[in-house]
Design a protein around this ligand. Structure first.
Ligand SMILES: CCCCCCCCC/C=C/C(=O)SCCNC(=O)CCNC(=O)[C@H](O)C(C)(C)COP(=O)(O)OP(=O)(O)OC[C@H]1O[C@@H](n2cnc3c(N)ncnc32)[C@H](O)[C@@H]1OP(=O)(O)O
Ligand SMILES: NC(=O)C1=CN([C@@H]2O[C@H](COP(=O)(O)OP(=O)(O)OC[C@H]3O[C@@H](n4cnc5c(N)ncnc54)[C@H](OP(=O)(O)O)[C@@H]3O)[C@@H](O)[C@H]2O)C=CC1
Length: 274
């Protein structure tokens, strides 16, 4: 078993999209847990900022510019990580692109843009990490999805389809690689305050209010809360968990199951019985 204060000591993680939002929080949490973190994404500056923050806190981190859509570049980058650090213990498939667009207006290019980052990029990175993980007989892959992978959501057909694909990929490879020491899981955050999601999904105050109203806990998640759940799935406490999804959404998707009955109406009915 690992030291509970430093569960990632001696271990190496690659976090895609680690320059911002949830990716930065997960990278920071892994670094604080004693691990070495390699953050990647397309923009150098935010990646360097994440790596510097982790180093300033006493951790070890590198920044690598990488577009996850480019399979050859991904293979080269992961081979370089293995050469430099000797191993890859964790991969966090966090990079994503998203915007709201009605299905009938979405262009083939718009569809491709999101599928390429979320679904194809996740496969390229998982495939490249597996070269090392299967060789060393251990590893943990965590992909960040969203609950609309299983219930769908109007305006996000590209992202919902891509995240559903990532979930199916996770369950498939979890079985293929289970007896070779590699676990794959997903985390499904609810609405989480990040600059990326804010701009892409709830830029208008009215959309933000609608999103908040859809969460039974009546608040968004902090990135640290998502990172804490991710850390659990990545470390040895979760050694027997594979092919699973951990939903961290303040009850949002279960709330959708009340078939449109507003909570206020349910509470009023309860009041009559007092
Ligand atoms: C509802 C609440 C849920 C609330 C539910 C809460 C759960 C949320 C779950 C998920 C949240 C997230 O993923 S949040 C993550 C958000 N973060 C990001 O999006 C950051 C990264 N984003 C990006 O890089 C860009 O936004 C993205 C467009 C995806 C990719 O950039 P590229 O430079 O590769 O692409 P571009 O060349 O600009 O555009 C490619 C094509 O996409 C089209 N396109 C681009 N933006 C478009 C737009 N707004 N509407 C239509 N079409 C668009 C262009 O016209 C092009 O198509 P053609 O004209 O045909 O060529
Ligand atoms: N925030 C939320 O409410 C929710 C978020 N999620 C998921 O959480 C994850 C993180 O989202 P969030 O932190 O909110 O958003 P951000 O926009 O902050 O993060 C997206 C990251 O992906 C990187 N990225 C995008 N395209 C590529 C690419 N082609 N290659 C490499 N990196 C890329 C971006 O960096 P760069 O532009 O430099 O490449 C950026 O750092 C995503 O998977 C998202 O779908 C799920 C549910 C809810």
């Amino acid at each position: 078993m690992t030291d509970s204060a430093s569960p990632f000591s001696g271990r190496v993680a690659v976090v895609t999209g680690g320059g911002s939002g949830i990716g930065r929080a997960v990278a920071t949490r892994y670094g604080a847990g004693g691990g070495t973190v390699v953050v990647c994404g397309r923009r150098r500056e935010p990646l360097q900022e994440t790596a510097e923050q982790i180093r300033a806190a006493g951790g070890r981190a590198d920044a690598v510019v990488l577009d996850v859509r480019d399979a050859d570049a991904v293979a080269t980058a992961f081979a370089t990580v293995r050469e430099r650090h000797g191993r890859i213990d964790a991969l966090v498939n966090n990079a994503a692109g998203n915007f709201v667009c009605p299905g009938e207006k979405l262009s083939p290019g718009g569809w491709r843009a999101v599928i390429d980052i979320v679904l194809n990029g996740t496969f390229h990175c998982t495939r490249a990490a597996a070269d090392t993980m299967l060789g060393q007989g251990s590893g943990s892959v965590l992909s960040v999805i969203a609950s609309y992978a299983w219930h769908g959501h109007p305006g996000t057909v590209h992202s919902a389809a891509a995240k559903a694909g990532v979930l199916a990929m996770t369950r498939t490879l979890a079985v293929e690689w289970a007896d070779r020491g590699v676990r794959l899981n997903c985390i499904a955050p609810g609405p989480t305050e990040t600059a990326g999601a804010g701009a892409a999904l709830w830029a208008e105050p009215a959309s933000r209010e609608r999103v908040l109203a859809s969460v039974p806990q009546a608040r968004t998640a902090g990135t640290g809360e998502i990172a804490e759940a991710a850390a659990f799935l990545l470390d040895d406490r979760a050694a027997y968990i594979t092919g699973e999804v951990l939903t961290v959404d303040g009850g949002q998707w279960l709330g959708k199951q009340v078939y449109g009955t507003p909570l206020a109406q349910v509470r009023e009915a309860g009041d009559d019985r007092r």
